[in-house]
Design a protein around this ligand. Structure first.
Ligand SMILES: Nc1[nH]c(=O)nc2c1ncn2[C@H]1C[C@H](O)[C@@H](COP(=O)(O)OP(=O)(O)OP(=O)(O)O)O1
Length: 154
């Protein structure tokens, strides 16, 4: 089965990052990054812009997106959940994040990421992608599709 292309966009202001409490669907109840599926025929950056707007009402220009790397999520017990994630950040946008049906946006200090409330794999890739140069990770999920079996980085 082919992994679905998805995006994550991390808005950065001073020493904070915008995350959100996922209220519905995949990852419900977890604090997650803003993003979602790339639609057929859509570019990755266009999908990133659309998902930020749909989930937070914030407008980001495609030109403001900085590519930070990739994360491949592999769910051996649920191959239909496999995703190939393109990760972006942005420091300029229009508007203030507002709660939507899908996400309650929250600013978090970069030095105090809410890793205990996120997907268990986030600690392995999120701090590195937010801070460092471009990186490429593969996350192999455990059989329960919650724990982490292995993480590799290029
Ligand atoms: N193991 C994992 N750890 C993590 O931190 N984020 C993960 C993850 N597996 C998937 N994701 C993220 C990547 C992507 O941004 C998001 C996919 O979420 P959604 O299903 O909510 O996508 P959409 O917003 O397109 O929603 P739908 O249109 O309702 O499918 O989940």
């Amino acid at each position: 089965m082919t992994a679905a292309p998805v995006t994550l966009v991390f808005l950065l202001r001073e020493d904070q990052v915008l995350l959100g409490l996922k209220k519905t669907g995949f990852g419900q109840g977890k604090i997650v990054g803003i993003g979602g599926h790339v639609e057929p025929g859509e570019s990755t950056t266009a999908a990133a812009v659309r998902e930020v707007f749909e989930e937070t009402s914030v407008r980001v220009e495609e030109a403001e997106l900085v590519f930070r790397g990739t994360v491949k999520f592999r769910f051996p017990a649920r191959p239909d959940w496999d995703m190939d994630t393109s990760v972006f950040s942005a420091t300029r946008w229009l508007g203030t994040p507002v709660e939507t049906e899908e996400i309650a946006p929250q600013w978090h200090p970069l030095e105090e990421l809410p890793l205990n409330s996120m997907w268990q794999d986030a600690e392995h890739w999120l701090p590195a992608l937010l801070k460092g140069p471009e990186r490429h990770f593969t996350v192999l999920m455990a059989a329960d599709s919650e724990g982490v079996e292995a993480v590799s980085a290029e």
